[in-house]
Design a protein around this ligand. Structure first.
Ligand code: WT7
Length: 633
């Protein structure tokens, strides 16, 4: 490996990969050695996928913020850590150096302490993309409080569910937010949520819009007022390697989203390792990840990975289409971005706006492009390559999940080759396998199967908050001895992986995950609905759209009114991001005699593959299929 610590060639990749398989403990110990530990580990790894139990760097103690901040101060304290680009292009950009970020984190951490937050407490964070969001996340980590960031587009109900599940003692939020042409309240949503959350004793509010918001005496305080009472000295709490660092809720095929729990030590090592190698980050480069910190991408490749690597990065408050569809590209030019990381949905939507929004921008600073969150179709891949990367930037198609903590399958920019629509090769330390439906490992190439991982990596989830059995059942029980990803994949003749998509009842809309059951229960709260079934269907921009089949409570005289009410119900229960794209009213659903909904049929109808519905004779009422086909939207 080169002195930069980056894998620099195909042969170095192969060597690193082989070493990581032959002696994973030595491999990861060498990586972990690059960090500041308060106490060194005494064993590298213990694991058992049956329980499941995975422990990395056992006995080690560290604080991730010391690694994100303190250790850069001596030599790189004046380097810019965050370049904050506000929603309005004309508003002032804020540059925050590592030294300033360190100070802000320490002060915010002292505010948390002043408000009674202690190590091990859970803190919910519901904030738009402003610097205080990253500062708040790191402030929690500084004192060992477990953060649970909830994406600001989720409804009050979703926020409350997550706060209650984690029994959070405090909420960090802002007064309001700017997103595109809209200004929206944030504190009002928090207030509504908190009427159901007695565990929350404190709410710390950052000023963003300057709007007057109601403050509940004894519970709510302004951050700027609190900061007057604290100093900039906050020692980093010593955390056991296996102490939880954060919880992040994500949807699955059943019920309420689960709180994926990540550890302190292993997560740190893998977030930085994957960042450094996948993007091939070089000193003084500018990295720009467009994801919100509310998702795992924003955790690993904004809040943590780049800071651990001492990188300079852009944090963008707004949306890609405001004030026009060239906004990302104008930001790239304005801040001379070298590495740009976004979702296929964003690429497809900007592609649809046309090249007139691209051509005014030079984009000459770009060196590496990345995608994440969903499969990228070849057309979008080529457009990205040609029009954004001008044919000269490698594209990394990074496959991973909330549960994996970091990128597991991806080419390494410019180092390993790329093939459109293939995430390509596993990172060193990652042992993917493809299984048949009955759980046998497929050893050949040019095959398709269920994607599982057969050996732990440092940032694998440790549990699901408050319900370890759910973690076992969801990820480790379908195929004993393996971590099951829920994805299907292909492997080509050279061992590259291509992710096909989910094989469970999870829909991936614009790179965001929803369970069909979760959306159905939101739909069913509408007074118009008796029962519903939701499936995904191919959508030009979003990747997958949401198609809902609904049995109405009463005769529908005005379908628009009923549709609006159903959508309002989804917005209220989950948030606008889960709105169904199509709602078809039906008199019945295709069910087997045992009452199970045959989703396969519903999916085929939604996909407009009416000729391949398969056998419908086992249905309770085969006639409903005809009705559903005829009424297809
Ligand atoms: C699911 C995980 C990883 C951060 C964002 C999403 C899909 C993710 C890719 C990719 C094809 C992908 C998978 C996965 N996915 N990356 N490069 N190619 N599919 O995290 O919400 O936990 O969703 O997103 O289906 O299981 P998430």
């Amino acid at each position: 490996m080169s002195t930069s610590g980056r894998i620099g060639s195909w042969s170095e990749y192969q060597r690193a990969y082989q070493l990581s398989i032959a002696d994973p403990e030595a491999f990861w110990a060498a990586e972990a050695d690059r960090f500041t530990w308060k106490r060194k580990w005494n064993r590298v790894l213990e694991w058992d996928f049956k329980k499941p139990e995975v422990k990395w760097f056992i006995g080690g103690e560290l604080n991730i913020t010391e690694n994100c901040l303190d250790r850069h101060l001596e030599q790189n304290g004046d380097r810019i850590a965050l370049i904050w680009e506000p929603n309005e292009p004309k508003e002032e950009v804020i540059g925050i150096s590592y030294r300033e970020l360190h100070e802000r984190v320490c002060r915010y951490a002292n505010v948390l302490k002043r408000n009674g937050v202690k190590k091990g407490d859970r803190v919910a964070i519901y904030m738009p993309m402003i610097p205080d969001l990253v500062v708040g996340v790191l402030a929690c980590a500084r004192i060992g409080a477990i953060h649970s960031v909830v994406f600001c587009g989720f409804s009050a109900r979703s926020l409350a569910d997550r706060i209650i599940d984690a029994q959070a003692v405090a909420v960090l939020c802002s007064d309001g937010m700017h997103r595109g042409a809209k200004a929206m309240s944030v504190k009002d949503v928090v207030d509504e949520a908190l009427t159901h959350c007695p565990s929350v004793k404190h709410c710390i509010v950052s000023q963003r819009t300057g709007d007057a918001v109601p403050m509940t005496v004894g519970r709510d305080v302004w951050l700027h007022a609190e900061l007057k009472h604290v100093d900039a000295n906050c020692p980093a709490e010593a955390m056991d390697s296996e102490d939880p660092l954060f919880i992040l809720y994500t949807s699955g095929s059943t019920g309420m989203p689960k709180g994926v729990v990540h550890s302190s030590g292993g997560y740190m090592v893998f977030a930085e390792y994957s960042f450094r190698n996948v993007f091939q980050y070089k000193k003084d480069e500018v990295f720009f990840c467009t994801a919100d910190v509310g998702w795992i991408t924003g955790h690993s490749y904004m809040a943590y990975g780049p800071l651990l690597a001492g990188a300079t990065q852009v944090m963008f408050e707004g949306v890609p289409t405001y004030p026009d569809a060239g906004r990302f590209w104008s930001i790239v030019d304005k801040h001379k971005v070298n590495i740009f990381y976004t979702a296929p949905t964003a690429i497809r939507s900007l592609m649809a706006h046309g090249l007139d929004h691209v051509s005014p921008h030079s984009l000459s600073s770009l060196r590496v492009l990345g995608t994440v969150g969903e499969p990228i179709n070849e057309e979008a891949w080529h457009w990205y390559k040609q029009h954004i990367g001008k044919g000269k930037c490698p594209i990394v198609d990074t496959w991973w999940q909330t549960e994996t903590g970091g990128i597991l399958i991806s080419s390494l920019a410019g180092v390993t080759d790329e093939k459109p629509s293939y995430a390509a090769y596993p990172l060193p330390g990652i042992q993917p396998v493809l299984l048949t439906a009955d759980g046998k490992e497929i050893l050949e190439n040019e095959v398709e199967g269920l994607l599982c991982i057969k050996f732990p990596w440092p940032s694998i989830l440790r549990t699901t908050w408050g319900d370890h059995e759910r973690c076992r059942q969801t990820y480790f029980s379908s195929y004993p001895g393996y971590y099951f990803t829920g994805d299907g994949a292909k492997r080509d003749a050279d061992g590259r992986y291509r992710i096909i998509g989910r094989v469970d009842d999870v829909i991936n809309v614009s790179g965001h995950r929803f369970g069909t059951a979760e959306i159905e229960s939101a739909i069913n709260e509408s007074e118009w609905v008796v029962e519903s079934a939701v499936v995904g269907y191919p959508h030009n921009i979003k990747g997958q759209g949401i198609y809902a089949y609904v049995i109405a409570e009463k005769e529908i005289t005005d379908a628009e009114i009923a549709r609006k009410d159903i959508i309002a119900s989804v917005v209220k229960v989950i948030g606008p991001i889960a709105k169904p794209d199509k709602i078809q009213f039906v008199s019945g659903l295709p069910k087997t005699r045992s009452g199970k909904i045959m989703r396969r049929i519903l999916r085929k109808v939604a996909e407009n593959e009416l000729g391949s519905l398969g056998d419908t004779s086992t249905l309770l009422d085969p006639a409903v299929v005809e009705e559903i086909k005829t009424g297809r939207l």
